[in-house]
Design a protein around this ligand. Structure first.
Ligand SMILES: NC(=O)c1ccc[n+]([C@@H]2O[C@H](COP(=O)([O-])OP(=O)(O)OC[C@H]3O[C@@H](n4cnc5c(N)ncnc54)[C@H](OP(=O)(O)O)[C@@H]3O)[C@@H](O)[C@H]2O)c1
Length: 237
């Protein structure tokens, strides 16, 4: 396994769930972090936890649907950095016959358009470092069940973006990983259970740390190999 110590990462969605767990796993590996989210009060405890693990962590308050601040953040980073993890995401469930167009728009903007814009803005710096990009996708990015259409469409789009980008940047030494988690214990999954009228039993689901450990293991693979797609499903408890 390759050491990530001293590398720099931007992680979105770090105030909660999977993004938070990935940030802390990277902190354990000695990576310096930019923690992206909309709310400083939700980011600061994560920064503190990362610092307690020995990592430098900077909170970056950013709504990823606002283009100018996203571009400004990327410009301010300048130089090179090593790892970009897209974990920010939103979900709304409804059959197409009842779905609100506004929900389709908001999922498109956060789940697909924002990773497109942020990747584009940071790509020169990532290429400079021969770095790595991780897209937290979803099982819904591979299979669209009834009632999941507009969320699944954004995640299918995200898979396409990652697949195409991988071919574009692998000659530059940049690795691209798509992660397809199944139901993972987080505030998002709790909301999904509420919508579906199911009892939320987080202990029976994938834990954010399970996803985070696999992501960091993939990032630490020697460059002679590369994980392109990673599916993680709830096991059989
Ligand atoms: N949990 C699951 O079962 C599951 C399964 C498959 C895939 N996923 C995917 O995994 C990723 C993480 O999900 P999660 O379960 O960890 O969700 P979560 O706990 O609800 O966290 C979502 C994160 O996204 C951030 N976010 C949302 N809108 C944003 C915006 N406009 N600008 C910046 N940040 C924004 C939130 O930050 P603030 O609200 O603090 O700004 C929060 O940190 C998502 O892409 C999701 O689609 C989740």
């Amino acid at each position: 396994m390759v050491s990530l110590k001293g590398q720099t990462a931007v992680v979105t969605g770090t105030s909660s769930g999977i993004g938070r767990a990935i940030a802390l796993e990277l902190a354990k590996a000695g990576v310096e972090l930019y923690l992206v989210g909309r709310n400083r009060a939700r980011l600061e405890p994560v920064a503190l936890a990362a610092q307690e693990l020995g990592a430098e962590a900077v909170c970056q308050v950013l709504d990823l649907t606002d283009d100018a601040p996203v571009r400004g953040f990327a410009a301010a980073l300048a130089g090179s950095f090593d790892i970009l993890v897209h974990s920010a995401g939103v979900i709304a469930l409804a059959p197409l016959s009842q779905a609100a167009l506004a929900d389709f728009d908001s999922q498109y903007r956060v789940n697909l358009r924002a990773p497109f814009l942020l990747t584009q803005a940071l790509l020169p710096a990532i290429k400079e470092a021969r770095g790595q990009i991780v897209f937290i996708n979803s099982g819904a990015g591979l299979r669209a069940n009834a009632g999941w259409g507009h969320y699944a469409a954004t995640k299918h789009g995200l898979k396409a973006l990652a697949d195409s980008l991988r071919e574009e940047v692998s000659p530059d030494g940049v690795r691209v990983l798509s992660v397809f988690p199944g139901r993972t214990a987080s505030p998002m999954q709790e909301a999904v259970h509420r919508t579906e009228g199911r009892t939320y039993q987080p202990e029976r689901l994938v834990q954010p740390v399970d996803v985070a450990e696999q992501v960091v293991a993939a990032l630490r693979l020697p460059r002679r190999a590369g994980v392109t797609d990673l599916s993680i499903r709830p096991g059989t408890l």
